[in-house]
Design a protein around this ligand. Structure first.
Ligand code: RTP
Ligand code: MG
Length: 143
């Protein structure tokens, strides 16, 4: 097992539902530490830049407009196998297919408004963490 960092975003739908604390509790109960956090209302440029890998996909416009529709809570999670652990907590992209007890099964309504984002690999995590945070803003607690 390796100590990793991953980027998590609580999307506008879940912020509007006032479930930030409930989602944070799931991270903490799974042994993930929140080592940086900020709430922001993404600009169009930020949302397009963050999701640039999807820019040719048919859902890109809807994704950007949803992600800019209200504030998001962005955090860096740290812990053993943090990337896959967070993806397991999140559940499938489409909440209709997400396992019971996952964040998306419990808080998401549709594939477009699916409550949370999580980095999908260690490499994506490094890029996504750096998109929102500088290294000195991460309060690592590995020691
Ligand atoms: P995320 O990046 O937000 O953590 O989600 P993910 O890895 O589970 O899914 P990804 O394939 O990276 O897609 C990013 C977001 O785009 C929306 N999406 N819509 N309508 C569609 O077919 C579709 N597919 C993806 C979702 O909101 C997804 O979270
Ligand atoms: Mg993704």
């Amino acid at each position: 097992m390796a100590t990793e960092r991953t980027l998590s975003i609580i999307k506008p739908d879940a912020v509007a539902k006032n479930v930030i604390g409930e989602i944070y509790s799931r991270f903490e109960k799974a042994g993930l530490r929140i080592v940086a956090a900020r709430m922001i209302h993404l600009s169009q440029e930020q949302a397009e830049g963050f999701y640039a890998e999807h820019k040719e996909r048919p859902f890109f416009g809807d994704l950007v407009s949803f992600m800019t529709s209200g504030p998001v809570m962005i955090q860096v999670l740290e812990g053993e196998d943090a990337v896959i652990k967070n993806r397991d907590l999140m559940g499938a992209t489409n909440p209709a297919q997400a396992d019971a007890g996952t964040i998306r099964a419990d808080f998401a309504q549709s594939i477009d408004e699916n409550a949370v984002h999580g980095s999908d690999s260690v490499e994506s995590a490094a890029r996504e963490v750096a998109f929102f945070f500088t290294e000195d803003q991460l309060c690592s607690r590995t020691r």
